[in-house]
Design a protein around this ligand. Structure first.
Ligand code: PEP
Length: 248
């Protein structure tokens, strides 16, 4: 059975007291026998406070720098991530690719750093609107995986989680249709099978992200190749996030 996951990406939102309140509220409801793993990617500033809250919700960083230490002003190293106890990270989010110019080579270095330091990764991929409109979405997403993830060997790739997040659906309120989501997830699984084998392809969790909310999560998570969601806006509201978790 593949691991089911619901992960919240708080992005650059909330102040410290709000973050602690939201995390506490969620933590009171998420039990150890939930049908899915639950994670929150908080602004890094709040992580140490949040790790003090007793919780079944895992914590993670939205960003880090793929070096162990050194003169990289303003950055958080992969070893600092590991040391924090919140050893989950997002890599390849479209906002990091677009606004911070993180390219394929840099993302590959980030992936390698997580494996070297036993940090868990959710690797995000997804096409912009113009690629979908041109009918290039499969080619585009496959290339993102080839460029930054498929250099891993079999024992490494099985440790990764993939999130398919069509850029045109992120924060826009426009969700991929069930058919669009399932078709891309199925294709991603087939490329993993092509590169590795079917056992590996069937063991890797692939999450959907892009305006997933309490109203559409159940239908999306019912798709055979959708193993959960990466949730932005709807993760900032405890009730919505809890309802998404309860969709499994
Ligand atoms: C995201 O940023 O990963 C995301 C899916 O955002 P939203 O749910 O707001 O579209």
């Amino acid at each position: 059975m593949r691991k089911k996951i619901v992960a919240g990406n708080w992005k650059m939102n909330l102040l410290s007291a709000e973050a602690q309140e939201l995390f506490s509220t969620i933590s009171k409801e998420v039990t150890s026998s939930e049908k899915c793993d639950v994670m929150v990617f908080s602004p890094s500033l709040f992580i140490s406070k949040l790790t003090e809250i007793k919780s079944n919700v895992k914590l993670g960083f939205q960003n880090f720098y793929p070096e162990e230490k050194g003169a990289f002003t303003g950055e958080i190293s992969i070893t600092q991530v590991k040391d924090s106890g919140a050893d989950n990270v997002l890599i390849g989010h479209s906002e990091r690719r677009a606004y911070f110019h993180e390219d394929h080579g840099f993302l590959k270095n980030k992936v390698d750093a997580t494996l070297k330091h036993s940090v868990n990764v959710i690797f995000c991929c997804g096409e912009p609107l113009e690629e979908r409109e041109a009918g290039n979405e499969l080619k585009y997403v496959k290339q993102q995986l080839i460029d930054s993830l498929f250099h891993l060997n079999a024992s490494e790739i099985v440790k990764c989680v993939i999130a398919y997040e069509p850029v045109w659906a992120i924060g826009t309120g426009k969700t991929a249709t069930i058919e669009q989501a399932e078709s891309m997830h199925k294709s991603i699984r087939s490329w993993i099978e092509e590169k590795y084998n079917s056992e590996i392809a069937n063991s890797i969790s692939i999450l959907y992200g892009g305006s997933c909310n309490a109203a559409n999560a159940k239908e999306l998570f019912a798709c055979p190749n959708v193993d959960g969601g990466l949730i932005g806006g709807a993760a900032l509201d405890a009730n919505s996030f809890l309802q998404i978790i309860a969709s499994f």
